[in-house]
Structure formats: C-alpha cells, structure tokens
Design a protein. Structure first.
Length: 162
C-alpha cells in the first residue's frame, strides 16, 4: 500500500500545476482597433501636452500659487494617455473626444504659461483636477457653478460636486 501511494505521489509531482484561480476576463475589456495613423497622431499630441506640462512644472516650481493649477491641465493628458496605453477607446466618436481633450489641455497650458487661469472663473460645468494625497495621482472632479456667481458672488447658494 505504501509503495502504491508513493508511486502515485511521484506521478503527480511530474504533472504541471493546475491554476488555483480561474482565468478572469480583463476589466475593462480591450476597446476598438484604433488606426495606426490616428494612434500615432494622438500619441504625438499627448506627448506634446506632456512636454508642455513638464515645462510648466519646472517654470512654476517656485511659484506655488500658479503651480496649484497644473492638475487642471494634467487631467486632460492623463485621460488620453491612459486610453491609448490601456486600449480603452470603445467608439469611434471617442477618438474625436480625445482630440478635444488634448486641445483643451493645450489651451489651458498656454493660458497658464501666460499667468492666466480663466477656466477658474467660468460658470456651468467646470472640470478641474487635484493631486490625491493617497497616492499622488492626478484626479479629475467637476463643479456645476451657477450663472448667478458672476452677478452676485457673495450670495449663499448650493454647490454641486461630482
């Protein structure tokens, strides 16, 4: 009996190990195939915005009042960079949205380079960014600023944050 158990154990030792956990699907799933020329164009624009961000970070390293607006630009870079890197474009229309995000990020970078932050004084839906204290990642947030803020800035009102 002992000899039979030993032979069985030796036979099992030569078999490949079976996975303990079933293979799980990727979440989110891989998106649509992005044409090579479109991918290249988006990557070049994303890299250019990244260089603008790096230049602003160096320029304003000693100017915290302006440096604090950098996440408002970095969120646009991160959105497109991650979508490209992780292949999470799911509709053709999202490619145009990516171009618009990069244009907005570049516009804000130019404005900040000129010492201006006009996006901080607009009404309606405003997308901003902050650096998480948990992991130093850049995160977006949105504000719905009522039109009345520009006409009566001191009046108490509701502020919606998403």
């Amino acid at each position: 009996v002992a000899l039979g158990l030993a032979a069985t154990a030796l036979g099992q030792a030569n078999e490949p190990a079976k996975p303990l956990v079933a293979k799980t699907p990727r979440v989110p799933a891989i998106g649509i195939e992005v044409a090579a020329d479109v991918r290249t164009q988006l990557r070049e624009q994303t890299d250019a915005l990244g260089q603008e961000i790096d230049a602003l970070a160096r320029r304003y390293a000693e100017t915290p009042p302006l440096l604090r607006y950098l996440p408002d630009i970095q969120i646009y870079h991160k959105a497109v960079d991650w979508a490209l890197r992780h292949q999470i474009f799911f509709r053709q229309s999202e490619l145009e949205t990516a171009r618009e995000l990069l244009a907005t990020g570049s516009e804000r970078a130019t404005q900040l380079a000129n010492g201006r932050t006009p996006w901080t004084r607009v009404t309606g839906l405003v997308v901003r960014g902050y650096v998480s204290r948990l992991d130093d990642s850049v995160q977006p947030y949105g504000l719905v600023i009522p039109q009345s803020v520009s006409t009566d800035p001191w009046r108490k009102r509701r502020l919606d944050v998403w």
